[in-house]
Design a protein around this ligand. Structure first.
Ligand code: SIN
Length: 279
C-alpha cells in the first residue's frame, strides 16, 4: 500500500485525509499530517479501527496529553474523555460555539474526537475558522482588535451551580476544580501557521481586559456573529470510526443537538499547547 496520504480541502477550513491508518503512521506521513494540520486547522479521517490504546498512541505523537478535569472518562482510560448523550437525555455536551480550554493560562493545542456510536441521522459538528474570520475584517477593525486582550474563565460553565453542569445530568463533575481564569490577546499569532487568529469565544470569554462586561458585550457579540458567518464555517457528518483533530487556537466547534431519542458516543483526547502571544 502506498504511504502517500491524500489531503482534500473542504472549503473555509478543514481537510479530509485519506490513505493513512492512524494506528501505524509512518514518519513521512506524520510530517505530511503536521503540514496539513497547520494549513487546514482541522483534519478529518474516516473508517479508522482504533482501540483506545491506538487513539492515545496517535494523540501522544502531537504532544503531552491534557487530562480533562470535568468530563467523565472512558472506563480504564483516564486520559480519554467520554462525550456521550443517551437516548433519554435532552442536552448534549458542547452544543454551542466554543474553543476548548481557552480558560487555561496555557490553552490546549487541540482535541482528537473519535466517533464510537453515531445516531442514524444528525449529530454533526460545525467548525469555524478564526483565522479566516480575522482576515475578512476591515483593516481599521483589525488594528483596533490587535491592541486588546480578553479575560476567559471556566467558572461560569463548569463551576458549582453552573446551569450547564446541571443540564448535563451527571456527565460533568469536579466543579470545585473550575478555578481557572486567563487573559489572552484578542488576536493571537497562531503558533504553527503564524496567521493572526481571533481568540475569543462565546463559551468562555467574559470581557475585554480593562473594560466592563456591559462595555465588552457589543464588541464580543459582533465578533461572535462575524466568526460564525457561513463563509467561515463547515459542517462535518460523522460515521462510526471517523476522527476529527482540530486546532483550538484557530477554530471554534459546535456539536449539533438534533438527534433526540438516539445515542451518540464520542471519545476525546486533548493535547497540551503553549502560551499564546499577540499577533
Ligand atoms: C466537544 O465540544 O468537544 C464535543 C464535540 C462533539 O461532540 O461533536
Amino acid at each position: 500500500m502506498s504511504e502517500q496520504i491524500q489531503v482534500s480541502s473542504l472549503g473555509a477550513l478543514g481537510a479530509k485525509v485519506q490513505g493513512v491508518d492512524l494506528a501505524q503512521v509512518t514518519p513521512d506521513q506524520m510530517q505530511a499530517l503536521q503540514e496539513a494540520f497547520a494549513a487546514h486547522e482541522v483534519l478529518f479521517f474516516e473508517n479508522q479501527q482504533l482501540a483506545p490504546e491506538a487513539h492515545l498512541g496517535f494523540a501522544e505523537r502531537w504532544g503531552e496529553i491534557n487530562v480533562n478535569r470535568f468530563f467523565a472518562h472512558v472506563e480504564g482510560h483516564p486520559s480519554i474523555a467520554q462525550v456521550v448523550k443517551e437516548p433519554e437525555q435532552q442536552g448534549n455536551i458542547g452544543g454551542y460555539w466554543h474553543t476548548d480550554h481557552s480558560y487555561d493560562q496555557v490553552p490546549a493545542l487541540g482535541s482528537m474526537l473519535l466517533a464510537r456510536e453515531v445516531p442514524p441521522l444528525g449529530g454533526d459538528t460545525l467548525f469555524a475558522s478564526c483565522t479566516k474570520a480575522f482576515a475578512s475584517l476591515s483593516l481599521g477593525m483589525q488594528e483596533m482588535l490587535l491592541t486588546l486582550r480578553a479575560v476567559h474563565s471556566s467558572r461560569h460553565v463548569f463551576g458549582d451551580q453552573a446551569p450547564y453542569v446541571e443540564a448535563m445530568q451527571g456527565r460533568l463533575g469536579n466543579s470545585q476544580a473550575a478555578t481557572q481564569d486567563a487573559v489572552h490577546p484578542v488576536v493571537i499569532r497562531h503558533p504553527l501557521s503564524g496567521r493572526p487568529s481571533l481568540y475569543v469565544n462565546p463559551g468562555f470569554t467574559l470581557r475585554c481586559e480593562g473594560w466592563t462586561d456591559t462595555e465588552s458585550a457589543p464588541l464580543l457579540e459582533f465578533l461572535y456573529q462575524h466568526i460564525g458567518r457561513a463563509e467561515h464555517t463547515i459542517r462535518f457528518q460523522w460515521s462510526e470510526g471517523a476522527l476529527a483533530f482540530w486546532d483550538n487556537r484557530a477554530t471554534w466547534h459546535w456539536a449539533v443537538n438534533d438527534y433526540q431519542g438516539s445515542r451518540r458516543e464520542m471519545h476525546r483526547i486533548t493535547i497540551e499547547g503553549e502560551a499564546l502571544g499577540a499577533a
